[in-house]
Design a protein around this ligand. Structure first.
Ligand code: ATP
Ligand code: MG
Length: 293
C-alpha cells in the first residue's frame, strides 16, 4: 500500500465522531511575510478572551515560533510530543497572558505523513478534546503559497487573509487566492475575510479591499469579505520589542481599539452563526486526507 492510500484508510477508519465539535477555527494567513499575522492572532485572541471566549492559538508557522516570542513565553511541549510521548492535550497547552492559551505545532504537517494509524487516531482524539474545551482556535500560519500553508488553508473553512496597502503585499495576497483556485478548493463553504493592516486611514483600507475584490471577482469569480482595517501604529512595534501584546501594554492605543472592533466583528459575523463549527480535529482529518491525495 502506498503512503497516500495508507493515510486515507487511517482517516476512514478513525474512531472519532466529529459531529459535535464545538470550537470555531480561524486560520490567519498572508501572501507576503511580516504583514502582522502573528500580532493579529495574539491580540485577536486576547480580545475574544475579554469577551468571555476560551481561546487557543495554534502556532502553525513551523520552526519560527512567532507566538511564543510575542508572548515572551517558551512552551515546554508541542503537538508531536503529544503523539510520540502519548501526552494529554492539556500537557501541550501553554498558558499565555489573560488566560489565552497556545499550542506549538512542532515540526509541522510533513511529520503527519510519518504517523501510523494509532498515532493519527490518538492525535485526532486529543484534538477533538481540545474542540470541546475551546470556543475559538486561531491558527497562525507562515506566509506564502508553500504546500504546507496551502494544505492548512484547504483544510480550513474560515480564514483571515492579511495584507497591508503595499502593492507587493496586495499582489501576494492575490497569489494566495489564485493558488486556492488553482488547487480547485471548494469555495461554497469557505469564506475569505480580507483584513487590511497598517492603514493610514479607513479610506486607505477600503480602497485596498475594493481593488483586490474587483480583481478576484473578475478573474477568479471569488468574492472577498471585508473584515476590516487596522491602523499603522508605532505602539505595536514598541510592544513587540517589549514582548508584551499591544492590547495589554497599550490598551488605549488606536491599534488596540482596532483589535476590539475586529473581535466584535468576528463574533457577530451573521453568516458564521448559521454554520456548524467543525473544529480542529476535523481540520486535521482534512489535512491528512489532503496529504494522502
Ligand atoms: N498595525 C501595525 N502598525 C505598526 N507596525 C506593525 C503593524 N502590524 C505589524 N507591524 C510590524 O510588523 C512586524 C511584523 O509583524 P508580525 O510578526 O505579526 O507579522 P507576520 O505576518 O506574523 O510575519 P511572518 O510572516 O514573519 O510570520 C511587527 O513586529 C511590527 O513591527
Ligand atoms: Mg508570524
Amino acid at each position: 500500500m502506498d503512503q497516500a492510500s495508507h493515510l486515507r484508510n487511517i482517516i476512514k477508519g478513525s474512531q472519532v465522531n466529529m459531529q459535535d465539535s464545538k470550537a470555531r477555527v480561524i486560520t490567519v494567513t498572508s501572501g507576503k511575510g511580516g504583514v502582522g499575522k502573528s500580532n493579529i492572532s495574539v491580540n485577536l485572541a486576547i480580545n475574544l478572551r475579554r469577551q468571555g471566549k476560551r481561546v487557543v492559538i495554534f502556532d502553525a508557522d513551523f520552526g519560527l515560533a512567532n507566538i511564543e516570542v510575542i508572548f515572551g513565553i517558551v512552551p515546554k511541549n508541542n503537538l508531536f510530543d503529544l503523539v510520540y510521548k502519548n501526552m494529554e492535550i492539556t500537557e501541550i497547552i501553554t498558558q499565555g497572558p489573560y488566560g489565552v492559551e497556545f499550542i506549538s505545532g512542532g515540526n509541522g504537517v510533513n511529520d503527519i505523513i510519518n504517523l501510523d494509524k494509532n498515532q493519527i487516531d490518538y492525535m485526532i482524539r486529543m484534538l477533538y478534546k481540545l474542540d470541546c474545551l475551546a470556543d475559538v482556535i486561531i491558527i497562525d500560519t507562515g506566509a506564502g503559497i508553500s504546500n504546507s500553508v496551502m494544505d492548512f488553508i484547504n483544510a480550513s473553512n474560515e480564514m483571515i487573509l492579511v495584507t497591508t496597502p503595499e502593492p507587493t503585499s496586495v499582489t501576494d495576497a492575490y497569489a494566495v487566492i489564485k493558488a486556492m483556485k488553482r488547487r480547485r478548493m471548494d469555495m461554497t463553504d469557505r469564506k475569505i475575510n480580507l483584513l487590511v493592516n497598517k492603514v493610514n486611514s479607513d479610506q486607505d483600507g477600503l480602497e485596498v479591499y475594493e481593488k483586490l475584490n474587483k480583481v478576484c471577482k473578475r478573474f477568479l469569480s471569488i468574492e472577498l469579505n471585508n473584515i476590516g482595517f487596522l491602523p499603522n501604529d508605532r505602539l505595536l512595534e514598541k510592544s513587540v520589542i517589549e514582548q508584551k501584546p499591544v492590547s495589554i501594554l497599550y490598551p488605549k492605543s488606536s491599534i488596540s481599539k482596532g483589535f476590539e472592533v475586529l473581535a466584535d466583528r468576528i463574533l457577530n459575523e451573521t453568516s458564521y452563526k448559521e454554520e456548524k463549527s467543525k473544529g480542529l480535529s476535523s481540520l486535521f482529518s482534512n489535512l491528512i486526507k489532503i496529504k494522502g491525495k
